[in-house]
Design a binder for this molecule. Sequence first.
Ligand code: FES
Length: 166
Amino acid sequence: MDTEKKINDAIANPQNMGEMTDADSVGTVGSPECGDMLRMWLKFKENEGGKKVIDRASFQSFGCQTAIAVASVATQLLAGKTIEEARNLDSSDLSADLGPLPPMKIHCGQMVEGALRDALDADAGIEKAAVEPAQRNNTLLDSFGPPADAAPAMKSGKLKVVKLED
Ligand code: FES
């Protein structure tokens, strides 16, 4: 099956799409190339060996079909991975089940990687605190700009958009 068909199949039946209200961590990225955004939620658990692993991952995306396809296969791949294993995955690993992405769409996979890294950083306490309940319930659309009645966590900038490197 070629990449285009696999992408179309993933778009037709995306897995793990939607907010995760009991997430332990969330990451959000915006692509400077196309203006699209993607958010990924992670839930952790301890495996039989006592290691912290990703129990499940979910995502929300607007605009880009390829990013939805990559996030769908990536969130399936992430289940059961340790933090270290997840950190070692790059965008081509995350999108491997779809086959090589066309050059114009490589940044779509990088956006998924960026959201994953942002969520892992958030869990590690890098640059921002752990997800607060007020943040978990916001939709991706909300994050385009905090509304006037936004929760303090939104206004304080703890939920930030991370630009990918050019
Ligand atoms: Fe920009 Fe896909 S076209 S993320």
